[in-house]
Design a protein around this ligand. Sequence first.
Ligand SMILES: Nc1cc(-c2cccs2)n[nH]1
Length: 234
Amino acid sequence: MRIDIVTIFPTFFDALDISLLGKAKSAGLLELGVHDLRDFAHDRHRSVDDTPYGGGAGMVMKPEPWGEALDALIPERSADRADGSGPLVIFPSPAGEVFTQASARAFAAESHLVFGCGRYEGIDQRVFDDAAERSRVKLVSMGDYVLNGGEVAVLAMIEAIGRLIPGVVGNPESLVEESHEDGLLEYPSYTKPAEWRGRPVPPVLLSGNHGAIAAWRREQQLERTRRVRPDLLG
Ligand SMILES: Nc1cc(-c2cccs2)n[nH]1
C-alpha cells in the first residue's frame, strides 16, 4: 500500500518511522510520502490560508495550494474508473462519517490512500468538490470532538489501517480477538503472577478447560459491551 499525506506540519509524521509502521515501511509493506502544503504555495510568504468570505472568526485554507498538491498525487480522472482504481482521498473532518474498525478494514484494502490534513477553520469547499471530480473523496470524523488539525486524526487512522495490512502484525491471530473486531468490546486480560496485591486471576483461566475459557471470555465481552457500549449491541 502507498500512503501520501499533505500537511503544513510534515515533521508531525516522523512518528511513523517508529515501531510497527516503521518496520512495515522497511519491509516494503508500506510506502509513505509526506508532502508540505507550503511547497505548493508560490507567493512570497507561501501562504496557505486567508480570511473567510462572509466574515467570521479564524482563517480558511486557500484552494490553490491544495489543488496543486492533489493534482500532483491523483492521476487524471480516476474517480469514474469502473474498478474504482486511483487513490481514495481522505480528509479528517468533524463533519465526516465516523471512523470505525470497519472503516479501517475497508481502507486497508485500498492500494493507495491520500490524506489531506486541514487546519484553521477548514479548507475551501471547492477543494473537496474539485477533488471529487477526479477521485473518490471521503470526509472522516474521529468522533464528536474538535481538534485543531487533521494530523492527529491521520496518525490514528494510519495506525488503525497499517496494522491490518497483511504481514505488518507478526501474529494475525492477535487481530481477531480485539475490541470492535467482532463487534463487541474485548474481554479482560491477565498474565503472571496468579495473585497480585491479593487479587487472584479468575480461576477458569487457570483451568486448562479451553471450552470453559472461551465461554467465560465471550460472556465477559457481552457483559462489558452491555455495560459500556450498549449501542454496539444494536
Ligand atoms: N473528528 C474531528 C476531526 C477534526 C478536525 C479538525 C481540524 C481538521 S480535522 N476535529 N474533530
